[in-house]
Ligand binder design. Structure first.
Ligand code: ADP
Ligand code: MG
Length: 340
């Protein structure tokens, strides 16, 4: 055909598949997993992950710099956790506008220092740039795992059960609260009229939700215990439905989530009671940084001793469905966060 085709805009994953996947080497897992693996000494593998956070997208300009630093590190450590890796160290690349002074850097480095101690890692190198744009921060985290044991996104089978660690939706709800406080438009239409909170939500609940947005908790200890039990695993960063969708696509299976089984904090339960529409935020909002994994029924007894909740089943077919307590389908309008 001679007529010029108008190309639809590629989404984030189509771009990666077209432009970068052909460049990927051994250990990259085709750029369809959360980490890369390269052989290390004594039957180990190094586990590599890089993730950036950008001002006004992943954090607010006036967030405490120590917390920005810790979020930056932890979003990376969360990927290592889902693969059962032990973190070793990290590289740090920062692009800062001139407005970021030494007081900001002092707080930022203090946050890193605290988390280095908390997670037993050290800084290995990095890069520093000046920018006229927003603050852009990148960490490359390096960990180690016994060779061949890190679970993939692609290992789920029909009949496997689906599990998550911790509680879901807290961070997405915390972000809604922050946006409402700041009158960032468009403000979420379903927030109650009275003050900043949903009916019944206490200020302690609100502080808890905001903290869950600002400070992810990488589930490193749990991740190591899942080795040998999980058939597929990843961390939830773009929302449960989208990330489970990635596991399904990589594993060539479908999934059904039972909404009534979702593990919710007291704060999230209160918010959901005040506004049932928030179920969609909980299912599809991002920033949970919990481990999402699948496991065969034979692992159920051992998993019962771990802080995880079964939320559904892997089935033949494709795509992710959500069903309510009566088994009726829950409609979903947004599938999760993508960058393009
Ligand atoms: P996560 O949610 O864990 O950060 P993503 O879904 O963002 O992971 O990324 C999916 C895969 O695409 C990963 O393997 C990642 O390494 C790869 N990827 C993303 N962007 C790029 C890029 N610009 N160049 C090479 N690989 C990329
Ligand atoms: Mg990830």
């Amino acid at each position: 055909m001679s007529r010029k085709q108008i190309q639809p805009r590629l989404n984030e994953f189509e771009r990666i598949a077209r432009y970068f996947a052909p460049l990927a080497g051994k250990g990259a897992r085709g750029l369809t997993d959360d980490v890369a693996l390269i052989p290390g000494p004594a039957r180990t593998e190094y586990v590599l992950k890089t993730d950036s956070i950008v001002e006004n997208i992943h954090f607010f300009a006036d967030d405490p710099p120590a917390q920005i630093a810790q979020k930056l590190l932890r979003v990376n450590l969360s990927d290592l956790a889902a693969k059962g890796a032990r973190p070793i160290g990290y590289l740090l690349a920062i692009a800062l506008p001139i407005t970021r002074d030494e007081a900001w850097l002092e707080g930022f480095s203090q946050g890193l220092a605290e988390d280095q101690k908390r997670f037993g890692i050290t800084l290995l190198g990095g890069d520093s740039d000046r920018t006229d744009g927003p603050v852009t921060l990148t960490v490359t985290a390096i960990g180690k795992v016994k060779a061949g044991t890190a679970p993939r996104r692609s290992g789920a089978h029909a009949g496997d059960r689906i599990y998550v660690s911790g509680t879901l939706g807290d961070a997405a709800l915390g972000l809604l609260l922050l946006k409402q406080d700041r009158h960032v438009s468009p403000s979420p239409p379903h927030l109650g009229g009275e003050g900043h909170a949903w009916r019944g939500l206490t200020s302690r609940h609100a502080a808890f939700l905001v903290d869950r947005y600002r400070l992810p908790q990488p589930r490193l200890e749990l991740g190591r215990k899942l080795i040998g039990l999980a058939s597929a695993a990843m961390d939830i960063s773009d929302g449960l439905v989208a990330d489970l969708g990635h596991i399904c696509e990589a594993s060539k299976v479908g999934a059904v989530i039972e909404a009534a089984r979702l593990p919710l904090s007291a704060a999230a339960r209160t918010a959901l009671r005040a506004d049932p529409n928030l179920l969609e935020t909980i299912l599809a909002g991002g920033d949970d940084y919990e481990i999402l994994f699948t496991a065969p029924a034979s692992a159920a007894r051992r998993l019962a001793r771990l802080p995880v909740t079964e939320i559904g089943r892997i089935e033949k077919g494709k795509g992710v469905r959500v069903s309510d307590a009566e088994g009726k389908p829950v409609p979903l309008s947004k599938a999760g966060y993508t960058h393009f």
